[in-house]
Design a protein around this ligand. Structure first.
Ligand SMILES: NC(=O)c1ccc[n+]([C@@H]2O[C@H](COP(=O)([O-])OP(=O)(O)OC[C@H]3O[C@@H](n4cnc5c(N)ncnc54)[C@H](OP(=O)(O)O)[C@@H]3O)[C@@H](O)[C@H]2O)c1
Length: 261
């Protein structure tokens, strides 16, 4: 399958490389900043384009891997061609934003991508949705060449998946960053808590997260939480996050008593 990639960021980079590895050449790359398109095109042996009108007639699949807010506008600028499938890679954008195209779909990878961080695409679960049975089957078959877990997920379920991913990945990473900053302020290495982070994640491989919650809020150790909140006064944003999460943990594990003030 010949592919045009619109976008040259994190997802576009990893997905393009995986597609090529699976024998599906990405032949054209577009990005808002043409320099980024040139750089990705050079890496993968494709051509860069500056105008959507230049998308090849022979291209069978156009992938929109840009910021969610720009998907609709880009979809509307892509020339409408019978037999050319247009997909996006977003978790929270409905398939219907592509309905000006006769065949459309979604390839949503449940993973966190950073351009320069390598990962094994085979292990990434892919969520597929197609505008009709034939398109969905085609996308499903393509996805099976990319990874070991291909799932048919509609727009509404995909939205829930994305919200879960924001909690599980984006928010935890933000919390790691708070921890890192606190440690560095006291000249302590972030490496010291890495075994703790890894064990937290390893534990949930075979346990439900709610069954392995630990910490002052789980024990409802009020004096410790008050001490932590006091120390965090110098850092009001982190203090607010600490308070809110602690209140919620106490509420969940000590209902109806909720004491964090
Ligand atoms: N990153 C992830 O972990 C992840 C995981 C699953 C799904 N996704 C989804 O994949 C899509 C791409 O995410 P990403 O992380 O790859 O993004 P990214 O690395 O930030 O790259 C964004 C791309 O969109 C272009 N762009 C940004 N704003 C634009 C605008 N207003 N108009 C046109 N183009 C614009 C950028 O162009 P220039 O840089 O050239 O200006 C760049 O090519 C999103 O729908 C996202 O929800 C991301």
């Amino acid at each position: 399958m010949r592919i045009a990639m619109l976008g040259a960021g994190n997802v576009a980079t990893h997905l393009s490389k995986a597609l090529i590895k699976s024998g599906n050449p990405v032949v054209q790359v577009w990005s808002r900043n043409n320099q980024n398109a040139i750089e990705l095109a050079l890496q993968i042996g494709a051509n860069s384009i500056v105008d959507f009108k230049d998308i090849n007639q022979e291209v069978e699949l156009v992938i929109i891997a840009v910021n969610d807010d720009a998907i609709l506008s880009i979809a509307n600028q892509i020339p409408k061609r019978e037999g050319q499938i247009v997909v996006h890679t977003s978790g929270s954008t409905a398939l219907s934003v592509l309905n000006t195209h006769s065949s459309s779909g979604v390839i949503y990878p449940i993973q966190t991508f950073s351009k320069d961080v390598d990962l094994d695409f085979k292990k990434i679960p892919l969520c597929i949705e197609g505008s009709d049975d034939e398109t969905q089957k085609l996308l499903f078959n393509l996805a099976q060449k990319l990874c070991d877990s291909v799932n048919i997920v509609d727009s509404s379920a995909r939205l829930t998946l994305h919200i879960s991913a924001v909690f599980a990945c984006n928010f935890t990473n933000y919390l790691f960053a708070i921890a890192q900053e606190l440690l560095e302020k006291s000249s302590l290495s972030f490496d010291l808590i890495k075994p703790l982070i890894f064990e937290t994640v390893n534990k949930i491989a075979i346990n439900l997260p709610e069954n392995v919650q630990t910490g002052p809020a789980k024990r409802n150790d009020e004096q410790i939480m008050a001490k932590h909140l006091d120390i965090l006064r110098a850092n009001p944003e982190s203090q607010e996050v600490y308070r809110l999460i602690s209140q919620n943990i106490v509420k969940k594990h000590h209902q109806p008593k909720s004491t964090v003030k």
